[in-house]
Design a protein around this ligand. Sequence first.
Ligand code: SF4
Length: 351
Amino acid sequence: MKDTLFAERLLAWYDREKRQLPWRKNKDPYRIWVSEIMLQQTRVETVIPYFERFMARFPTLESLAAAPEEEVLTYWQGLGYYSRARNLQRGVREVVATYNGKVPTESPEIKGLSGIGDYTAGAILSMAYGQASPAIDGNVLRIFSRLYCLDGDIGSTKTKREVASLVSELISKERPGDFNQALMDLGAGVCVPQKPRCTNCPVTRDCLAWQRNETERFPIKRPKKQPRPVEVAVAVIKDNDRFLLEKRPDKGLLAGMWQFPAVEQQTDQPLPAALAEKLAAAGVIVQIGAVLSGLTHTFSHIRWMMTVYSCQLLTESSEEEEPLKWVAASEMSQITWAGPHAKIAKLLMKD
Ligand code: SF4
């Protein structure tokens, strides 16, 4: 149905309308890499200031590779999904160690780096190295499901494969990086999720959904599974001017981040008792007191229903035991918090 005119129409529009974004200033693969990782699940407007601060502090692959992880996470704080930052640094260290500091130009090698999947590989290879490599994200899936009236679920592997093959056919061989970025801009500003702005679209004549007046029927989505609710009890333990904190395990949700000591509901045991028991096992005896606050935080797969208790410290073992640590109130703002625990800290600092 479509031919090279599709790419021409799209690129002519991109040349007129493209967004001025800080990572588009040059074709440095490292800059593109950082920006694409930050942009995962995050809006462009949110990313821009983070990207600029991050690049000012870590302007080169080498500077990021050499930085302590805690510092990298501090620069990521607020963007969420911290595993992205960890994997980015891991990947950058692999490039320094294995490829002499040069981001690989071959698809299997670049996809072998930590944190780089098909989309990021496609974005880097096309934008930095001019290779005709598709970069398929949610925007591109949505656009193509409308262009071709694809009836498959947009989240399915089958639909993703179908779209990848269509993009591979249509991608401009002369300007593949601009082609991919044009699709990103089209998805962000014109072919938006709700009520696509078809009157501003450069490719209406290529769009089957538009011709059939069915643009709002696509993409087809299966209903998402609701996040599973999990009760969490949190202990705020203050001793003079310091608070007891706990480091989360190195793997899994919010790995390695700091929180107030907490337990998740796993058995029928009442949560306050489970919390006191967990602390006692680490040599910290507390009396669980009044409820300070209740809050809810939703991740993609679970929802924490948190109850925060004020606890009185009765005794503690003389040695601090991992993963617990006393932190002075004045240092709380420098902690790399596990998501919602930052809100609790803020609440306490207000008092
Ligand atoms: Fe999207 Fe409308 Fe353009 Fe089709 S015509 S690609 S639905 S904006």
